[in-house]
Design a protein around this ligand. Structure first.
Ligand code: SIN
Ligand code: MN
Length: 200
């Protein structure tokens, strides 16, 4: 395993071995059975290309009235708990003792992307954000704390774990595209990203 540092982002390449990737994937599938993935509407009225669901005390949601954390899935059921194999990753890499209260699960099918944005809807930015990549490779772009300016990109692969803390906590980031079917982890192709955060 190698650790790359780019603009304050700590990128642990191949942190999860194949076996752990599979157990995390099984845990994600179990969450999606109670809390099915959905396509959130952006505040601008266009559905996002990424499909998502969540687990934990809070889940991520958006519609015409904006982006926000909510305590139940749009179908009304409370979000499932964050499964142990996912909490284990946070415990090992976050460097903090408080547990995360949201795990956002993003699913990127062929052609899905995520525009440059900041993670800034949490109460306290001292807590890091931990992101886990599974399945197809995704072209991750890192910008600056303010909008605009130069960016740097790198491919995130299945098993890579990224910690955004300290100076990088409010840095813009996004996913330009995925390399569809570049990984065999998901039989039908696609990329899963888990984002773990402390919310309140
Ligand atoms: C996100 O920032 O919401 C997702 C990042 C990723 O998919 O790697
Ligand atoms: Mn983000």
């Amino acid at each position: 395993m190698t650790v790359l540092r780019l603009r304050g982002f700590e990128i642990r390449k191949q942190y999860l071995n194949k076996e752990t990737q599979k157990s995390v994937l099984d845990a994600v599938r179990a969450v999606a059975e109670t809390a099915p993935v959905f396509s959130p509407m952006t505040p601008y009225g266009k559905p996002m290309s990424v499909r998502m669901t969540s687990c934990g005390k809070f889940g991520w949601f958006s519609d015409r009235s904006g982006y926000r954390y909510v305590s139940a899935h749009p179908n009304g059921t409370p979000w499932p708990r964050i499964p142990a194999p996912i909490l284990d990753i946070w415990e090992a890499v976050s460097g903090v003792t408080r547990a995360p209260d949201c795990c956002l699960i993003n699913f990127y099918g062929e052609g899905a992307r995520m525009g440059l944005h900041q993670d800034k809807d949490e109460a306290d930015f001292q807590w890091p954000v931990v992101s886990v990549s599974l399945g197809d490779e995704g072209l991750f772009r890192i910008g600056q704390r303010t909008r605009g300016g130069t960016t740097e990109s790198l491919w995130l692969q299945s098993g890579d774990v990224v910690v955004m803390g300290g100076e990088a906590r409010l840095t813009h980031h996004g996913v330009d595209r995925i390399k569809f079917k570049s990984s065999s982890l998901l039989p039908k192709g696609g990329r899963i990203n888990l984002t773990l955060r402390v919310v309140d």
